[in-house]
Design a protein around this ligand. Structure first.
Ligand code: GLA
Length: 341
């Protein structure tokens, strides 16, 4: 047989063999393939209120981490305990190794951790810290706002606005929208009220209005009750645990004729108020303590990824800081954040 014939025979044999191999992989080829392309790490990112821009930004941050490190990300809204438990099972079945969560109820912590352990999933918490028997579950990694400090900055900024506008103590009162069953919320509003008092606002001019739900309708309703009780107030300062708490109260004061000249509210998050602050005409929503939700989403997803990939345990308690963002500095604050400043 001449050389070209030999070569072509050899080639067809190899082709037959490789076709056979690809149709019926042997144990050794399967192992070799796996070694060449190890299974991608898969992580979940579960949030209690997926409709809030804050949480959508956290997802954007987690997506950035997924693209940078090359892991798969499963994003899911978990509005109640049943959804959380179901999602833990789904993640385990889908081959995920862990998840980041902002839980819909902090008291789910112990049950949630038990289920995650049973399913072999690692857990990092973001925003809302788990509670067990009335105490924080300090053993579960957590990243969230420096709640008291950011609240204090909010209160100090409101007091400064009152002074700058020359509002008198007699005509001015504070509408504090509260949600005290959630620790991070209570710490923020307590910090804010303490700063207002420290700035000289008397305790009997500070009125709390508890929101039943942590959304705009919840704070709108809470503020309306308060406004009905206090028709004598001529100038309102408004605070709350996040932007939607303050936005609801702003809508309520507006419906009673208050404007940017007679009411001033400062939120927290700086994510859910961008359209509001960009409106052509100023509203009583004066500003917000901007915290980078994209940064928080990135950092928690990165922590979890490194924990799974290299066994590096995440820090147990990481806190983020805020910056006062108003109509004046909004674009500059966002630009600085986007460029890592
Ligand atoms: C809570 C609030 C969110 C946001 C986060 C920030 O979860 O509900 O709006 O403020 O805290 O940590």
């Amino acid at each position: 047989m001449n050389l070209p014939r030999l070569l072509s025979l050899g080639l067809s044999c190899a082709m037959i063999l490789s076709t056979a191999c690809s149709k019926q992989p042997t144990a050794s080829t399967t192992t070799a393939n796996q070694a060449a392309a190890p299974a991608k790490i898969k992580l979940g990112f579960l949030v209690k209120q997926p409709e809030e821009p804050w949480f959508q930004d956290e997802w954007k941050g987690a997506e950035k981490a997924a693209a940078q490190y090359g892991f798969d990300l499963v994003k899911q809204g978990v509005q109640d305990g049943e959804k959380v438990m179901g999602m833990i099972d789904n993640l385990a079945v889908a081959g995920a190794q862990g998840f980041v969560i902002c839980t819909p109820d902090v008291r789910l912590g112990p049950a949630l951790m038990a289920r995650a352990k049973q399913r072999g999933l690692k857990v990092v918490t973001v925003d809302d810290q788990f509670i067990s028997d009335g105490k924080f579950m300090l053993e579960v990694p957590y990243l969230g706002m420096s709640a008291s400090r950011i609240g204090a900055q909010q209160g100090a900024a409101l007091a400064a606005e009152m002074k700058r506008r020359g509002w008198s103590a007699e005509e001015t009162a504070v509408c504090a929208i509260t949600f005290e069953e959630l620790d991070t919320a209570r710490e923020r509003t307590d910090g804010s009220i303490a700063a207002l008092k420290a700035a000289g606002i008397s305790a009997d001019r500070i009125f709390k209005a508890a929101q039943k739900t942590t959304d705009i309708p919840g704070s709108f309703d809470a503020a309306n009750v308060l406004l009905t009780q206090h028709p004598e107030v001529k100038r309102w300062l408004i605070l709350g645990m996040n932007d939607s708490a303050v936005l609801g109260a702003v809508r309520a004061v507006e419906s009673r004729g208050f404007t940017a000249d007679t009411a001033a509210g400062i939120g927290i998050n700086g994510t859910d108020c961008l359209d509001e602050l960009r409106k052509a005409k100023a509203t009583p929503f004066f500003g917000s303590m901007r915290v980078s939700a994209i940064g928080e989403g990135f950092a928690t997803a990165e922590m979890l990824y490194k924990w799974i990939k290299d066994g590096t345990p995440p820090a147990l308690d990481t806190r983020t800081e805020g910056t006062l963002m108003t109509r004046e500095n909004l674009e500059a604050v966002l630009k600085k954040e986007a460029t890592g400043g």
